[in-house]
Design a protein around this ligand. Structure first.
Ligand code: SF4
Length: 321
């Protein structure tokens, strides 16, 4: 099968323009994109740069953009990419949100490693036994075991809608790594880690858009793991008190009225004793009032039809602990 590849090239030494070079290769139907790139480099162009290591989808090293979408080159069939090619060639570029270093090689240190390092992805054990293995009490739960399958390919970061606007956000890939450590019963720094993850640009900047889960080739569900981190932080009352107040107030208001009591949420998030914080809300309240929005808090907030059923759902859930 004869296939064309349009590769976005760049050489930092000659500082050449980022031009596109087209290669034609004879490949087998079962070949992966990484196989084709290795063949092109061996037979046509030894200057072509790309990453690749295990060739089994295990190391996450050969991540790149194939026909506009983030992909693992060693797990992407050439035939499928060729069928989906729109301009007569399979388009190959480095990962979109990272800095191109040379051809298909992106700056992994900036994009991944610094963020992974920031979450300190190693277990600091509580009290290792004097002899033998330090096993997890009760065994690993399902999600913890799943998060260990993360290859650090970074495709969840590629899909992240927060990183598009703020590259300093820690991102779902590093947060999945953080979950793996925080959820490990043997770790002695759970609270400290949750406090650190609650800092600006940390886990609370996630908008829950679920794009990270959509992009994960290992079905690890990074968005759900971020939710789990949030739940653990609320339970441990870690991070800024405002966050815990906000979540508790949100749930209490929906339980009481069947829908959100925005006035109550604003007051309880700031905290009754935080006069300065409450005063800051005044201009917003006035603005909302002038636009015809009058959120009446507490007893004055209208209950939605069917609120009794919603309350019962909460009670059933709470009775399960
Ligand atoms: S969570 Fe999934 S997409 Fe994100 S780095 Fe790990 S394996 Fe890749």
């Amino acid at each position: 099968m004869e296939v064309k590849f349009a590769v976005k090239r760049y050489d930092p030494i000659t500082n050449a323009d980022k031009s596109t070079q087209t290669y034609t290769a004879e490949v087998d139907e079962g070949d992966m994109v990484l196989d084709a790139l290795l063949q092109i480099r061996d037979e046509q162009d030894p200057t072509l740069a790309f990453r690749g290591s295990c060739r089994t989808g295990f190391c996450g090293d050969c991540t790149m953009t194939v026909n506009g979408k983030g992909a693992i080159a060693c797990r992407t069939k050439v035939k499928k990419a060729w069928d989906g090619a729109e301009d007569g060639a399979i388009e190959l570029e480095p990962l979109k949100m990272s800095r191109q270093m040379k051809d298909l090689v992106y700056n992994a240190r900036e994009f991944h490693w610094n963020k992974f390092r920031a979450v300190e992805p190693w277990v600091d054990p509580v009290q290792p036994p004097e002899k033998g293995e330090h096993l997890v009490p009760g065994g690993h739960d399902k999600h913890l075991t799943e998060s260990m399958r993360c290859t650090q390919c970074g495709l969840c970061d590629q899909g992240c809608t927060v990183l598009v606007v703020d590259k300093t956000f820690v991102g779902p890939a590093a947060l999945t790594k953080a979950y793996r450590v925080v959820a490990d019963e043997r770790d002695s720094r759970k609270r400290q880690r949750l406090d650190k993850l609650s800092l600006p640009r940390g886990m609370w900047d996630c908008t829950h858009c679920f794009e990270a889960s959509e992009h994960c080739p290992k079905y690890i569900e990074p968005t759900d793991r971020i939710f789990d981190l949030h739940d653990m932080a609320i339970k441990a009352e870690a991070g800024p008190p405002k966050v815990v107040h906000h979540y508790k107030s949100f749930a209490a208001s929906v339980k009481a009225h069947g829908w959100l009591d925005e006035g109550r949420l604003a007051i309880e998030t700031e905290g009754f004793t935080n006069v300065k914080g409450l005063m800051k809300l005044l201009p917003l309240a006035v603005k909302a009032g002038l636009k015809g929005k009058h959120p009446m808090p507490y007893m004055l907030h209208k209950k939605r039809p069917g609120h009794e059923q919603i309350k019962r759902i909460f009670e059933k859930w709470e009775s399960k602990g």
